[in-house]
Design a protein around this ligand. Structure first.
Ligand SMILES: *Cc1c(COP(=O)(O)O)cnc(C)c1O
Length: 379
């Protein structure tokens, strides 16, 4: 069976977890702090704060931005549902705008028309690892006094050209970027998330809120020769990452250059080989973007039925996934009004399929995927 993705892990991750388990300190502590420093250095961010997953990272980012009841946040429906849900956690309203069909990212030309007096932020997504047009979005945000939050769940190690220089997603260019270490992403800690920002007061807020709003971190209390009584000035959350996860994450970070290089090589090979399938739409990388190819998504030729193609491939032991979902089509969103056309988002969900892509994939595996897709489309 060819899976959609496979974590790249071996004895090094096992040894890292073992070292922490036997150390006597297993939850958020020195490993989390080291992982944060190393992740910040990797992305070029000034500050990084680790949390339990990317959904909690998005929640804290919105809270730090002061998003609350009745505020509007412009985002895409065409994303994993966690993007829109994080806005609703704050009592705010996600205002969905449509995507560009080729990059599957927010169409920046549609943002301005969606701004109202209640708009407070833009939550843009680097979908499937492909950077969105951040330069333009940040400029729009600044002009209208809006916070810009990057959902970079899939975009670890993706790169973007800004002011004539390539830089990693996460520096950040918006106010804050949020990353995921779920196994479906390109590096994993089982579950896990990270925020990067250049605002020290926001980083301090993330640190406070991730640990129950407790004034003194337990590592400090633990290491103090004096008795310390903590207090809780605000209602916080338990959004901590454990030291076991962070130790695994540090090993994963070391592998990232190799992982990304292999993914890019496989993606180029797909682009070459899949060009032979008539009518198949291939993903487009804009001139300002270098994807990590977290997902490789193709648009099926006219007349091909998505479910039938996926079933035919599954019958040949090739896993695929339907294109990215649309939150507005889910029952959890049925009570909400949507003012802007989401036709391209719906079309992408209906007509696209995500193909297997992982560094351990061999040429033979990849040929099997291409052949199975060609046969399934030829039916
Ligand atoms: C995976 C994903 C999330 C959620 O990440 P978790 O770490 O699973 O919470 C949010 N947004 C996007 C775009 C994602 O792909």
């Amino acid at each position: 069976m060819i899976p959609i993705i496979k974590p790249v892990m071996d004895e090094r991750e096992v040894e890292a977890a073992r070292r922490v388990i036997l150390s006597g300190w297993i939850t958020q502590g020195p490993e989390v702090a080291a992982f944060e420093r190393e992740f910040a250095a990797f992305t070029g961010a000034e500050l990084a704060v680790a949390v339990s997953n990317c959904t909690t990272a998005l929640h804290l980012a919105l809270l730090a931005a002061g998003i609350s009841q009745g505020d509007e946040v412009i985002t895409v429906s065409h994303s994993y549902i966690a993007t829109a849900n994080s806005i609703r956690y704050c009592g705010a309203i996600p205002v969905f705008v449509d995507i560009e069909p080729e990059t599957f990212n927010i169409d920046p030309t549609l943002i301005e028309a969606a701004i109202t007096p209640r708009t407070r932020a833009i939550l843009c997504v680097h979908q499937m690892g492909m950077p969105c047009d951040l330069g333009r979005i940040v400029e729009l945000g600044r002009r209208h006094g809006l916070v810009v939050i990057e959902d970079a769940a899939c975009a670890i190690a993706s790169e973007i050209l800004i002011d004539g220089e390539w830089e990693k997603i996460g520096r950040p260019r918006g106010d804050v970027a949020c990353f995921s270490f779920h196994p479906r992403k390109i590096m994993s800690t089982g579950d896990g998330g990270m925020l990067t920002t250049s605002k020290p007061e926001w980083a301090a807020k993330f640190r406070l809120l991730r640990q129950h709003g407790m004034s003194v971190p337990d590592t400090v209390r633990h290491g103090s020769p004096q008795v310390i009584f903590e207090d809780h000035p605000v209602v916080g959350y338990n959004y901590r990452m454990t030291d076991i996860q962070a130790a695994v994450g540090r090993e994963q970070l070391k592998r990232l250059p190799v992982i990304v290089q292999a993914r890019r090589q496989r993606a180029s090979r797909y682009l070459e080989q899949l060009a032979a399938i008539p009518g198949l739409g291939l993903p487009v990388q804009p001139s300002y973007a270098r994807s990590n190819w977290q997902s490789f998504c193709v648009r099926l030729p006219d007349g091909c039925h998505q479910r039938q193609v996926m079933q035919a491939m599954l019958d040949e032991e090739v896993s695929t996934r339907r294109g990215i979902m649309c939150a507005h089509r889910e029952k959890a969103y049925s009570g909400m009004r949507h003012l802007h056309s989401l036709a391209r988002s719906e079309e992408a969900q209906n007509r696209t399929v995500i193909l297997p892509l992982y560094p351990q994939m061999t040429d033979t595996d990849q040929d099997r995927v291409v052949d199975a897709l060609a046969r399934a489309c030829g039916r």
